[in-house]
Design a protein around this ligand. Sequence first.
Ligand SMILES: Cc1cc2nc3c(=O)[nH]c(=O)nc-3n(C[C@H](O)[C@H](O)[C@H](O)COP(=O)(O)O)c2cc1C
Length: 319
Amino acid sequence: MERFNYPGTIGLAPMAGISDRCFRIICRLWGAQFAFSEMISAESVILNVGVVDKMLPFEEENTAVQLYGSEPKKLALAARKVQHRASWIDLNAACPVKKVVRKNAGAALLKDLERLRDIVMAMKDACEKPITVKIRLGFEKNELEKIMDVLVPAGVDGVEVHGRTAVQMYSEKAQWDLDLERWNVPTAISGDLYTVYDIRKALEVSKASAALVARGALRKPWIFHEFFHAKAPAIEQIRDMFLLHVKLLKEHEGEKSFYKLRQFVAGYTHGLFGAREFREKFMKLEGFDAMESAIRDFFNQFLMNVGENIFVKEDGAKA
Ligand SMILES: Cc1cc2nc3c(=O)[nH]c(=O)nc-3n(C[C@H](O)[C@H](O)[C@H](O)COP(=O)(O)O)c2cc1C
C-alpha cells in the first residue's frame, strides 16, 4: 500500500449530527479537501442497523468513515464491512461523551492503551484501506507522547489530534503547540479553528500536515473558501449554497428532514445584517417550501441594494 497522507491541508472534522452526507457535500464544494462521516458504532455496522447505510459516504471522494467501539474483533469486522464505501477508516478515540466512554469506547481508549493498540492492529490486519485514529491529548492529563508511542508502532497511518484532554470537554483554549512532526506519521490538528488565521497558525505551531475544521464550519461554512481565496464569497454564492443544501436534504433524506436545516441557518447568515430576526423566523418554519422562499427573500434584499453594506459589527449595527 502506498504511504497514506491526508488528501489535502484542510478538511471537515467528524461531527455527530452535523457532518452528514449533505453537509459534507456542501463543505467539499466550498473547498474542504477531505471529510469524515459522523461516528458510527461498530456494533451497528455488524448488526446491519438500517441507519448505517445512510451514514456511510456515497460516491464521495476523500471521505473517511469514522467508527467507534471497544472490541478489537468487532472494530476489525466493521472496518472490513464498510471499507468499500470509505477512502480510509478512522477510529474514534476522542469522544468524551459519557454514553460512549461508559462503554469503554471513544476517549476511554486513551485510558487503556493496550486495548487501543490491539484495536489498531486488528483493524490494520482486517482492512485494506488506511487506518487513522482521532485522539485527544489524553483522558485526564496530557499523555500525547505515551499515546503516540503506542499508535505509531501499532502501524497507524495517521493521527488527528484534538488539542484538549477528554475531561476538558470543550472548555479552555485548545492547545496547538504540539510538535506533531516528531512522530514521522501524518497528523491533523483539531480544536478552535474558527478563522483562516486560526487554521494557518495551528498548522504552523502544531507542525501537523493538515487541519480539521469542526464548529468553525458550522459557524461559517465558507471558511474553506476563505482559506483558499483569502476573501468571503459573493452573497449570491452563499444564497445558492444554502438553496443547494435544501435541495440535497430533500433528495437524500425526504420531506420530513427540513428541521435539520435549523442547525445551519446561523452559519449561512453569519455576519449578515438582519440575520437575528431572520433566524428567529426561520426556526419556526415547517417544510422545505417555506424555508426555500424565506431564504430567497432574505438574500435577494441584499442583491437589490447593491453597494449597501450588508455585514454587521458584533453589536448588530451596520459595519
Ligand atoms: C456537534 C459536534 C459533534 C462532534 N462529533 C464528533 C464525532 O462524531 N467524532 C469525533 O471524532 N469528533 C467529534 N466532534 C469533535 C470535533 O471533530 C472536533 O475535534 C472538536 O469540535 C474540536 O474542534 P473545534 O474546536 O474546531 O470545534 C464533534 C464536535 C461537535 C461540536
